[in-house]
Design a protein around this ligand. Structure first.
Ligand SMILES: [Zn+2]
Ligand SMILES: [Zn+2]
Length: 353
């Protein structure tokens, strides 16, 4: 065991503060790295405050992690000390053999074997739970470690590990590309990556937002058009024209205003989990035109690596605001008010001595 510094929530209503935690010695298949940067995801806030129930304390959040390798186990083949390494939402599995795991879709493990980066039972420390990237050091099975190009800014890479793959995977799955018209709902941490990827894939990219103020930024990030979703007349012009709409808005909202914009066989894909359920969709609108409402969850390890390689090739990173570890509680307050362009990233050097 070795000690690491971390920031943790002691319970659901207290601010995060410093905590010393233990990391295991790297086993034969493990990669140990110093955390350089960790992105701040909205799910960190939900879990810290136990808004999804079941949070185990102390809770060390963080699942958008980029680090520098310090030691590797004897069986590790693809990492060596000094390499960059990245970790997203998953760190281990107790399965690896079910049909989803066998296809590299570990996030959909049919035996519930996925070990998430924090707040999951830890197979290496019985009775304890995993502790995430708001910490100075991690030890992770090689299979769940991703390679990061030195060409990209490692701070701006961090959010790709959750916000990036959460938008990349469904855009790929539903075929966003040349000749396709793709909508992105919301220009937050997820949405701004959705705009970048849809544009990079060659799709005609349309951003839906409630705020006029985001139009210029959306176009700078790659949107071909911006539509104010509260403007009925503007929405009506797009009825029946979209191949796919990726909806990143988490708050409960009316889905019909988007399904009516889909072509026959088009899909509205949800990646935000609402605290209050969405109103039941207009089923007639789905039947007429064989339209679909679907969901998507992050991406498998193989696809996450593919996404990082694509980003290196095309120079794609997240738009970030770097904060010191001590600024996390204030960052959470600003995140609740959507006062961030477009992702906070913690500089973990600020947690060292
Ligand atoms: Zn996340
Ligand atoms: Zn499985």
């Amino acid at each position: 065991m070795s000690h690491a510094k971390a920031f943790a929530a002691p319970d659901k209503s207290s601010p995060l503060g410093p905590l010393t935690i233990e990391r295991r010695e790297p086993g034969a298949q493990d990669v140990e790295f110093d955390v350089l940067f960790c992105g701040v995801c909205h799910s960190d806030l939900h879990q810290v405050r136990s808004e999804w129930q079941g949070t185990v304390y102390p809770c060390v959040p963080g699942h958008e992690i980029v680090g520098r390798v310090t030691r590797v186990g004897s069986d590790v083949k693809t990492f060596k000390p000094g390499d960059l390494a990245a970790v997203g939402c998953m760190v281990d599995t107790t399965c690896g053999t079910c049909p989803s795991c066998a296809e590299g879709l570990e996030q959909f493990c049919e035996k519930h074997g996925t070990v998430f980066t924090y707040n999951s039972p830890d197979n290496h420390r019985p009775g304890q739970h995993t502790l995430g990237g708001y910490s100075t050091r991690m030890v992770i099975n090689e299979h769940f470690c991703l390679h990061v190009s030195e060409k990209l800014d490692p701070a701006a890479v961090a959010p790709l590990l959750c916000a990036g793959i959460t938008t990349y995977s469904p855009l790929r799955h539903w075929g966003a590309g040349p000749g396709k018209k793709v909508g992105i709902v919301g220009l937050g941490g997820l949405g701004h990556m959705g705009v970048k990827f849809a544009h990079a894939f060659g799709a005609h990219t349309v951003l839906f937002t409630q705020s006029e103020g985001k139009a210029a930024d959306a176009k700078r990030l790659g949107a071909d058009e911006v539509v104010i979703s509260t403007n009925g007349a503007a929405m009506k012009k797009h009825v029946g024209t979209f191949d796919m709409i990726l909806d990143t808005a988490a708050a409960s909202h009316n889905l019909d205003i988007y399904t009516m914009l889909l072509k026959r066989d088009g899909a509205l894909v949800l990646v935000g989990v609402p605290e209050e359920p969405h109103r039941s969709p207009n089923v007639g609108m789905l039947i007429m035109g064989r339209r679909a409402i679907a969901g998507s969850l992050i991406g498998g390890i193989k696809e996450t690596q593919e996404m990082l390689d694509f980003c290196a090739e095309h120079g794609i990173v997240s738009e970030i605001e770097t904060i010191p570890m001590s600024g996390i509680n204030e960052a959470y307050e600003r995140m609740v008010k959507s006062d961030v362009k477009y992702r906070f990233v913690i500089d973990m050097a600020t947690l060292k001595d």
